[in-house]
Design a protein around this ligand. Structure first.
Ligand code: S3P
Length: 175
C-alpha cells in the first residue's frame, strides 16, 4: 500500500510534484485544498473571507482525516496543514511524509508564477512578499522538519526540473 504525503510552504511545488509522482506510480492524486473546495463547494479564498482562518483550519483538519485514510494515494496538503492541531503527527502515523524544502527566494519566484489566489499573500508583492515568506517559513519549518523525508527543491520552471525532482523523490522513498 502506497501513501505518500507532501508537505511544505506555499509555492514549494507540492501540487505539481504530487500530481506527476502519482502518475508515475499509477496511484490516485489528492490535493487537500481541492478536496476541501469540492466537499464544501466553496473556494479556499471564499472560506477565509467569509468564515476566517480559524474556521478554515477546522475544515482542513476534518478533511485531512477523511482523505488521509485513502489507500494508494499521493496527497499534497496546504502550506499550513502540518502547523495546526496534531496534523503532522497524524500524517506521520499514516504514511511516508515528505517535506519539499525550498529557499524563500525560490518560493517567492514560484508564487509570482502561480495564478491561483492565496488569501495569506494576495496583497503582497516584491520585498514585502519575501519578508513575509522568510518570517513565516522560520515559524513553520520546525513542523515541516518533522516529516520522515526532506527533499530540496529548486525552481521548478520546466518539465526537466520537475522530472529530476520526481527521480530524487522516488530514490529517497524507494518507490
Ligand atoms: C495556506 C496554504 C494554501 C491554502 C491556504 C493556506 C497556508 O495551500 O491551504 O491558502 O497557510 O500556507 P498551498 O500551500 O497549496 O498554497
Amino acid at each position: 500500500m502506497t501513501r505518500i504525503i507532501l508537505v511544505g510552504y506555499m509555492g514549494s511545488g507540492k501540487t505539481t510534484v504530487g500530481r506527476q509522482l502519482a502518475m508515475a506510480l499509477g496511484v490516485s492524486f489528492y490535493d487537500l485544498d481541492w478536496y476541501i473546495e469540492i466537499r464544501y463547494r466553496r473556494s479556499v479564498s471564499q472560506i477565509f473571507r467569509e468564515d476566517g482562518e480559524e474556521h478554515f483550519r477546522q475544515l482542513e483538519y476534518n478533511m485531512l482525516h477523511e482523505v488521509a485514510e485513502f489507500e494508494d494515494v499521493v496527497l499534497s496538503c496546504g502550506g499550513g496543514t502540518p502547523c495546526y492541531f496534531d496534523n503532522m503527527q497524524y500524517m506521520n502515523s499514516l504514511g511516508e511524509t515528505v517535506y519539499l524544502k525550498a529557499s524563500p527566494e525560490v518560493l517567492a519566484a514560484h508564487l509570482k508564477m502561480a495564478r491561483v489566489e492565496r488569501p495569506l499573500i494576495k496583497n503582497k508583492s516584491g520585498e514585502e512578499l519575501l519578508t513575509y515568506i522568510r518570517e513565516s517559513l522560520s515559524e513553520r519549518e520546525p513542523f515541516y522538519m518533522q516529516a520522515k523525508h526532506v527533499i530540496n527543491v529548486d525552481l521548478l520552471d520546466n518539465f526537466e526540473k520537475i522530472a529530476l525532482t520526481i527521480d530524487l523523490l522516488r530514490r529517497e522513498l524507494g518507490v
